[in-house]
Design a protein around this ligand. Structure first.
Ligand SMILES: CC(C)=CCC/C(C)=C/CC/C(C)=C/COP(=O)(O)O
Length: 253
């Protein structure tokens, strides 16, 4: 049997039915149509090809529209793109939503914080950021959707799964951090609006830079929003994690 290799999204575009798809591994072992007539069918006549289900057709059309729309929006994908001159500004936004400055800033804040309440919030932010990295890496590794072909792979510090684009790690982080900050920092209304705008602009800039398709960012926003629920559920406090805080207090004496 001849085998062809597809990633999950390509498999969706070429498969006849959803039942043919395996979502969990790559390369997908997608069997090519049989070369010989199956037993019982008249020799020389091709076996009937199952027609794709409505759901499969709808899904493929959505994916195709996603790719087309994302390419059109990728106006800062290169220096010579339509809005190429705005690329440095969008790359600054990229750094503002990157994991390294957020992790480094949180660790720095933890080291400097003198109030137990501040330390508790920062410890949970650290937990949230690590959780986000782990969950995004897992989903990226599972789905293995390639980044748009017009993306230039010139990103600031990446890990191996970052060659994949679904979901956008910047979008998950921006949405989660946005909810976190709005819940735990007392901010004036204009600043709260600014935080929400920042999260939205970071997401949009991922598509404009050509790093992602629209669906990567949309899913990233939803995933990041829900990740905050997990952080809230497992909130680390001297009551829920006394050992952790005891060690922490000892260490800081
Ligand atoms: C300590 C440790 C393992 C830090 C890793 C921080 C790091 C390299 C995060 C990756 C951030 C990144 C490039 C995410 C990709 O974002 P997309 O929006 O392009 O998915």
């Amino acid at each position: 049997m001849r085998l062809q290799k597809y990633n999950t999204f390509e498999a969706l575009l070429v498969s006849d039915t959803f039942e043919n798809l395996t979502f969990s591994c790559f390369p997908l072992q997608h069997p090519a149509p049989p070369q010989t007539s199956p037993a019982g069918s008249p020799a020389g006549r091709a076996a009937p090809v199952p027609s794709p289900s409505c759901a499969a057709v709808a899904f493929r059309s959505l994916l195709a529209a996603d790719l087309r729309f994302s390419r059109q929006l990728g106006v800062c994908a290169g220096e010579r793109s339509a809005w190429g001159s705005a690329r440095p500004l969008l790359r600054l936004l990229e750094v503002s939503g990157h994991g390294v400055p957020w992790l480094a800033g949180t660790l720095y804040g933890l080291g400097r914080s003198e109030s137990p309440a501040g330390r508790e919030v920062l410890l949970n932010l650290l937990f949230a950021l690590v959780l986000d990295l782990v969950l995004v890496a897992m989903v990226k590794g599972l789905v293995r959707r390639r980044r748009p072909t017009h993306n230039k792979m010139d990103m600031f510090v990446t890990i191996s799964v970052d060659k994949y684009s679904f979901p956008s790690g910047h979008a998950t982080r921006a949405a989660m951090v946005c909810r976190f900050v709005l819940h735990h920092l007392v901010l004036a209304i204009p600043l709260r609006v600014l935080v929400v705008l920042w999260a939205i602009i970071v997401g949009i800039s991922r598509v404009m830079l050509g790093r992602h398709n629209v669906s990567d960012v949309a899913f990233g926003f939803i995933m990041g929003y829900m990740q905050y629920n997990v952080v809230k559920y497992f909130w680390l406090s001297p009551l829920s994690a006394p050992a952790l805080f005891a060690v922490w207090n000892q260490w800081n004496q």
